[in-house]
Design a protein around this ligand. Structure first.
Ligand SMILES: [Zn+2]
Length: 230
């Protein structure tokens, strides 16, 4: 069973401000909750003899500034390099407090290229609660971005173009499910109520509206720009 996150780390998901505002309230680390389904056969057996495995893990940015996503990719690499397994299919879901930064996006794309060469079918969904380094203002129902966010947005566009599904962790249903997910979250009932109130506050709801517009922008860019794998 996976290690779990408690009250403080659940808080890292629930930020109500725009990125860069109220800096004290923005977590310094990324947390990724992963569910990985793997289908494999023993190298010596026939492909019809499939074995299924499901792993739950919590990844965190470490003191040496290695991001949670990097640790996640390292563990996937370990699985795919085990000599006795012939991996057929990997289906991974990551739930994160932040969207991946441009460097992590590049690492994901690199991994996707690697795994294609190994002929492993791979699908990845990243669901995140906050855009990382996305500075924006909302004007007349559309958002204006300023230059610091460009790299991070481009990284997310690249992920989309390489088949990664991006989703937002937002709305009452999502948050309810999140704080009640016993595979990953361990909090008291009192804290759960308090955290749910924060996650569904008016301020956070306003922020989530803008996040939706940004995600739509990313989807459109991914379709209109030439595909990049670097
Ligand atoms: Zn990163």
């Amino acid at each position: 069973m996976a290690e779990k996150i408690g009250n403080d780390e659940v808080r890292y998901f629930i930020v109500a401000f725009k990125y860069g505002e109220c800096g004290w309230d923005w977590p310094k680390v990324a947390i990724g909750l992963s569910k990985v389904d793997i289908n494999w056969t023993n190298s010596s057996r026939s492909e019809t003899d499939k074995i299924k495995m499901c792993q739950y893990n919590v990844y965190r940015t470490t003191d040496d500034h290695i991001h949670a996503e990097s640790h996640f990719l390292d563990s996937l690499r370990n699985i795919t390099s085990e000599k006795d397994k012939k991996i057929i299919h990997i289906n991974a879901e990551l739930v994160q407090n932040y969207s991946p930064c441009s460097e992590c996006a590049r690492k994901f794309v690199e991994f996707i290229q690697e795994i294609k060469k190994k002929r492993i079918i791979f699908s990845l969904t990243i669901k995140f609660a906050n855009f990382y380094k996305c500075y924006y203002t909302l004007e007349n129902d559309s958002w204006k971005r300023s230059s610091p966010s460009k790299e991070c947005l481009d990284g997310l566009v690249k992920l989309r173009q390489n088949g990664v599904t991006l989703q937002l962790l937002q709305g009452e249903q999502d948050w309810e499910k999140f704080v009640r997910d016993e595979r990953f979250v361990e909090i008291s009932e009192k804290n759960r109520t308090r955290l749910l109130e924060m996650a569904t506050s008016d301020e956070r709801k306003e922020r989530e509206k803008v996040d939706k517009i940004i995600l739509k922008y990313i989807e459109t860019e991914a379709l209109s720009k030439p595909k990049t794998t670097k």
